[in-house]
Design a protein around this ligand. Structure first.
Ligand code: NDP
Ligand code: MG
Ligand code: MG
Length: 339
């Protein structure tokens, strides 16, 4: 059984005499920094000049170049994009690391795929919230927390786990519950989940359903409601009570239709494809491809991003959502930091 930690198994005193440098002030960076500060932790921000630095300054943080932050801090939490962490580490963080310092991450990519090879005399831990940064912040402010995973890759001081749990408490994660994992498990399952199910699988499923209905001549607005809008209501039921609660709540007709048709949509072939996707993650092929794509200036990534934006389900959605007065504006748009 997975080991769970809550507030009472974490002690903020492990951070009492420490300076935490948050490197990067984006989705995760701003949330970690603000939550830690509100928990009484001494936080500085390592960030290059630009939009992010301006925001951190506006929010009252002491900001500085990454090099200076790494030199000053005891705990260095790297919250810049994963594919850029290797170079940033070599150039700006490694020179400032001292024995007994801690390197921290919110995702294991750089460590798991050896983009960063830390010196052996520092702690290396991860606190990975299982939500986008804007929710990590919002839930903390509301007195709640975001569940997170913690892992220790190197324990030079003998207290890396204490430090990781204290950090998790500082961002509010132990209010919700924290699970112990490893860098490899977190990285591989996180990549698989977002690719096959959460981001890739779901968007492809929605698009295929939407295209099938509109292709058969149904109104796009109706297709939008049936294949996208209602998804949230269904997911909420599953999230709160498992699939059973969802099956219980929908009509018997929906339950019979769903149980018979679901396995025809996600077939044995789909599962074999999932296994290939997982193998590519485990053997480093995906990481290699992603890093090469960045080095080449993201030619195919940009093309796919554009195509996704231009899909007609997005046009219909924009229009319909602007008429839904009850809909809260997107957290991303609200915070003014679209990605
Ligand atoms: P974002 O893209 O939102 O933010 C990146 C930040 O890094 C920006 O502030 C950017 O500043 C800064 N940055 C980029 N390059 C440099 C550089 N060379 N030097 C200094 N600062 C730089 O990142 P995320 O918050 O999405 O991701 C950060 C980490 O958190 C990743 O490891 C990710 O996997 C992990 N994570 C993310 C989640 C999420 O929901 N987003 C969820 C859980 C984990 P600028 O404005 O100047 O570009
Ligand atoms: Mg991820
Ligand atoms: Mg229906």
């Amino acid at each position: 059984n997975a080991k769970l930690y809550y507030d009472d198994s974490a002690d903020l005193r492990w951070l009492a005499d420490k300076t935490v440098a948050i490197i990067g002030y984006g989705s995760q960076g701003h949330a970690h920094a603000l939550n830690l500060r509100d928990s009484g932790v001494n936080v500085i921000i390592g960030i290059r000049p630009g939009h992010s630095r301006d925001r951190a300054n506006e929010q009252g943080f002491r900001t500085m170049d990454v090099k200076d932050a790494a030199r000053e801090a005891d705990i260095i939490q790297i919250l810049t994009p994963d594919h850029l962490q290797g170079q940033l580490f070599e150039e700006d963080i490694l020179p400032g690391l001292e024995p007994g310092n801690a390197l921290a991450f919110a995702h294991g990519f750089a460590i798991r795929f050896k983009q960063i090879i830390p010196p052996p005399d520092v702690d290396v831990f991860m606190v990975a919230p299982k939500a986008p940064g804007h929710l990590v912040r919002r839930l903390y402010v509301e007195g709640q927390g975001t569940p997170a995973l913690v892992a220790v890759e190197q324990d030079a001081t003998g207290h890396a786990l204490d430090m990781a749990l204290a950090y998790a408490k500082g961002i509010g994660a132990t209010r919700a519950g924290v699970i112990r994992t490893t860098f490899a498990e977190e990285t591989e399952t996180d990549l698989f989940g977002e690719q096959a199910v959460l981001c890739g699988g779901v968007t492809s499923l929605i698009q295929a359903g939407f295209e099938t209905l509109t292709g058969a001549g149904y109104q796009p607005e109706i297709a939008y409601f049936e294949t996208l809008h209602e998804l949230k209501l269904i997911v909420d039921l599953i999230y709160e009570g498992g699939m059973g609660a969802m099956w219980y709540s929908v009509s018997d007709t929906a339950e019979y239709g769903g149980l018979t048709v679901g396995p025809k949509i996600v077939t044995e072939e789909t599962k074999q494809e999932m296994q290939r996707v997982l193998a590519d993650i485990q053997n480093g092929t995906f990481a290699e491809r992603w890093i090469a794509e960045n080095q080449a200036g993201r030619p195919s990534f940009n093309r796919m991003r554009q195509a996704a934006k231009e899909h007609s389900v997005e046009d219909v959605g924009r229009e319909l959502r602007s008429m839904m007065s009850w809909l809260k504006p997107s957290v991303v748009e609200q915070d003014g930091v679209g990605k």
